[in-house]
Ligand binder design. Sequence first.
Ligand code: IMP
Ligand code: MG
Length: 179
Amino acid sequence: MNSDIKTILLTREQLAKRVKELAQKISEDYRNKDCVLVSVLKGSFIFYADLVREIDFHTTINFLRVSSYGSGATSSAKITFKYPLDSKVEGKHVLVIEDIIDSGNTYVFLKKYFKDQGALSVSMCALLDKPERREVDISAEYVGFEIPNEFVVGYGLDYDEKYRNLPYIGVLKPEIYKK
Ligand code: IMP
Ligand code: MG
């Protein structure tokens, strides 16, 4: 698995330090608000688990799943729920936790969905941001790291459902997805 990685972009230590900083900021901003933290599966599962353990207010644990990428390495604006959120967001502040904001289409879709459900506010915390790839005019309110336009895996992020269990974030060798 490690031999499929071209370069390590973010080490375990860098990730842990930044997750702690993000959690501190989120804790300050949301401490006195009724906030629902929502993990977008599957990519954010490790980030979410690390983040919530650094969050200093009462929170419930919530998941949803959307499909946008399929198994390939290119985006598509067609987004549907594969697993909807099972808790109510009406009258609450929603913070969407994502592995990466890329085209921005997922965020646009979720923002509209939660607003329609009566959320007081909808914001996003994305561990990674690839601003070069944006197709819509939207940005995450909290970003861990801005990264260049390269396909990355690890720490939850996959290529074809693999590499999610790598403890760091790395750039996949292009020959892997050009096969
Ligand atoms: P969006 O294009 O902003 O809607 O992002 C959709 C999803 O694409 C993210 O949540 C990731 O699951 C996936 N994605 C985007 N870039 C990468 C990448 O470099 N590696 C792995 N998954 C990615
Ligand atoms: Mg994915």
